[in-house]
Design a protein around this ligand. Structure first.
Ligand code: ATP
Ligand code: MG
Length: 265
């Protein structure tokens, strides 16, 4: 359903180095792919290109057979959901929880009056969804999002990103800024929401154990390319230790510094 062909992006500030270097990736509908790679490997750049934040220098991005390579980002946001590392992004802090959810619900619908039109039944629906998160947010509908904790905001962003059941969900280290217990909770929520709606997902993580525990396929990026792709029975035999060894083999000497940034557990 996602077909990326020979994708290349060279930033003007680093003309000698391609952030994406002829990258190819095919993802089937319903696949949940975890994405590994050392700092600067090009993971976020790949997500930005898929979301349309910039256009690539070469190559194509097809989603369900449609060429979206040069489609505007706001148009893609109707069917591509995203959650980034920073809990401060993804929601509007000055708006209430209910208003943020209404915004997500109306994404892509033009001319709709947003805030005067949040009905009682809508609020009940929001409350129901928030209760499922198990973070006590169902009582905070009228609170500005800026007052929520980082974990609550990430859970809300996840809810908003999947409100309209996107064709593709992009998660860029979305639990990295959270404390371990909240990160685990948001990961469980992530898995539940993906499974419930069978959402095709790409998730960047630096956690080797997470990269195997979640999803059904793991890829490793290095220097703007995919250098390892593990799925099926082959993946079941993998351990975080084996992944670490392969990481060093495939991603070369530059990975020594990233060793510390990888959590084995
Ligand atoms: N907007 C930009 N302008 C110039 N260079 C950029 C820009 N965005 C990314 N780069 C460069 O492209 C390369 C890939 O960066 P990217 O953010 O995709 O890495 P990453 O794999 O997400 O790393 P990390 O694990 O640290 O998040 C890096 O060398 C980075 O400095
Ligand atoms: Mg990144």
């Amino acid at each position: 359903m996602l077909d990326i062909r020979s994708l290349t992006k060279i930033f003007a500030t680093q003309p000698q180095k391609a952030a994406l270097n002829g990258l190819n990736l095919q993802v089937q509908k319903g696949e949940f792919v975890t994405v590994l790679g050392s700092n600067g490997a090009g993971k976020s750049t790949l997500f930005h290109a898929i979301a349309g934040e910039f256009f690539p220098d070469e190559g194509q991005i097809l989603l369900e057979g449609k060429n979206i390579t040069f489609q505007a980002a706001h148009q893609r946001s109707r069917f591509i959901g995203r959650v980034m590392q920073d809990p401060m992004k993804g929601t509007v802090p000055a708006m209430t929880v209910a208003e943020n959810l209404a915004l997500a619900e109306h994404k892509g619908i033009k001319g709709k009056k947003l805030f005067s039109s949040i009905t009682k039944s809508q609020k009940e629906q929001f409350q129901e969804k928030l209760a499922l998160l198990g973070l006590g947010m169902e009582d905070k509908l009228e609170q500005p999002v800026g007052l929520l904790s980082g974990g609550q905001r990430q859970a809300l962003t996840l809810l908003m990103a999947t409100f309209q059941q996107p064709k593709l969900l992009l998660l860029d280290e979305h639990t990295a800024a959270l404390d371990p217990a909240t990160a685990e909770k948001v990961m469980q929520l992530t898995q539940a929401v993906i499974e419930q709606h069978n959402i095709t997902t790409l998730m960047i993580t630096h956690n080797l154990a997470h990269s195997l525990a979640f999803g059904n396929r793991t890829i490793l990026m290095d220097k703007g390319k995919i250098v390892m792709d593990v799925q099926g029975d082959q993946r079941k035999a993998y351990t975080p230790q084996l992944l670490m060894e392969q990481f060093h083999q495939l991603a070369g000497e530059e990975t020594t510094t990233s060793q510390q940034s990888f959590a084995l557990l």
